[in-house]
Write a protein that binds this ligand. Structure first.
Ligand code: C2E
Ligand code: CA
Ligand code: CA
Ligand code: CA
Length: 277
């Protein structure tokens, strides 16, 4: 038996070493990426359903890796969370988003809200509200122009603590959104516990909204729930006019999606806004 065990060990070891090696290389590359400023933010508009006006934007992280090309966040955020890199990386994202938004304001563009995604690790930092306040002071951006997007699971991890942190962010005038609403915890009791401003309906409910009666019912209910709690509702992943027509009919306040624009690099986003698109 011992012999077989050793044989197995020898058989699997090279494969495992290869996987571990690739993972170590990725971790190393990500750490370098922050130092080498290989990260960039792309911006996607949030649009008022009734007027068609762009009312805000969401900053979405990309990694422009010299070897791997443009890497989407789902391919690396998880690793940065596991190795703790998300803390300095998330700090860079917030600073860069606020700096860019302020720069656009100073250049005479409309004062639009800038939404930034927060990971669970960032949310667990006790000094998050003070850190955010510091970035706002440093960049000169008004708190009312900042929106933070957190998922249900992020706030439900420790509801009592989350309620406090959200209160302290809200007290500064920062806008709080629940991202991917409907995909996380089923309990809705947190909606009255937490200081929130917007529910963001997940793309999975929007995709088949015009053909799937269940999806339409869910979206209708979420909109009614949000409005009765005096929250705003935004739908994500809107790709077709048909989906938008449905959302308008259901009373959805805002939308975001490829129908209006993909997330764009800063220069292209600015050009789009200037063209009045
Ligand atoms: P999310 O916050 O739910 O962002 C929405 C995702 O849907 C984005 O993918 C966006 O590009 C994509 N999207 C927008 N409109 C459409 C559409 O009409 N159709 C389809 N099929 N997709 C659409 P992206 O940029 O790849 O980001 C993926 C996720 O990575 C985000 O999901 C968010 O959870 C995370 N993420 C992105 N940037 C950051 C960041 O700075 N910090 C943290 N912690 N997470 C981030
Ligand atoms: Ca988001
Ligand atoms: Ca989302
Ligand atoms: Ca989503």
């Amino acid at each position: 038996a011992k012999k077989v065990g050793r044989a197995n060990h020898q058989f699997f070891a090279p494969e495992m070493n290869a996987a571990a090696g690739a993972r170590l290389a990725l971790e190393h590359a990500l750490r370098q990426a922050l130092e080498n400023q290989e990260f960039e933010l792309h911006y996607q508009p949030k649009v008022d359903v009734a007027s068609g006006d762009v009312v805000a934007m969401e900053a979405l992280l990309r990694w422009r890796c010299p070897q791997r090309g443009l890497v989407p966040p789902n391919d690396f955020i998880g690793v940065t969370e596991e190795i703790g890199l998300i803390i300095p990386l998330g700090a860079w994202v917030l600073r860069e988003a606020c700096r860019q938004n302020r720069a656009w304001q100073l250049a005479g563009m409309a004062h639009l809200r800038m939404a930034v995604n927060l990971s669970a690790c960032q949310f667990r930092q006790k000094d998050l509200p003070e850190f955010v306040a510091g970035v706002l002071a440093e960049t000169g951006m008004e708190a009312s122009c900042l929106e933070l997007e957190v998922t249900e699971s992020v706030v439900m991890h420790n509801p009592a603590e989350a309620a406090q942190i959200l209160d302290r962010l809200h007290a500064q005038g920062i806008h709080i959104s629940v991202d991917d609403f409907g995909t996380g915890y089923s309990s809705l009791s947190y909606l009255k516990q937490f200081r929130l401003d917007t529910l963001k309906i997940d793309r999975s409910f929007v995709r088949d909204i015009s053909s799937d009666a269940d999806d339409a019912a869910i979206v209708r209910s979420v909109i009614a729930l949000a409005h009765s709690l005096r929250l705003q509702v935004i739908a994500e992943g809107v790709e077709t006019d048909e989906q938008l027509d449905y959302l308008r009919e259901l009373g959805c306040d805002q939308y975001q999606g490829y129908l209006r624009s993909k997330p764009l690099p800063a220069a292209q986003f600015e050009a789009m806004l200037r063209a009045g698109a």
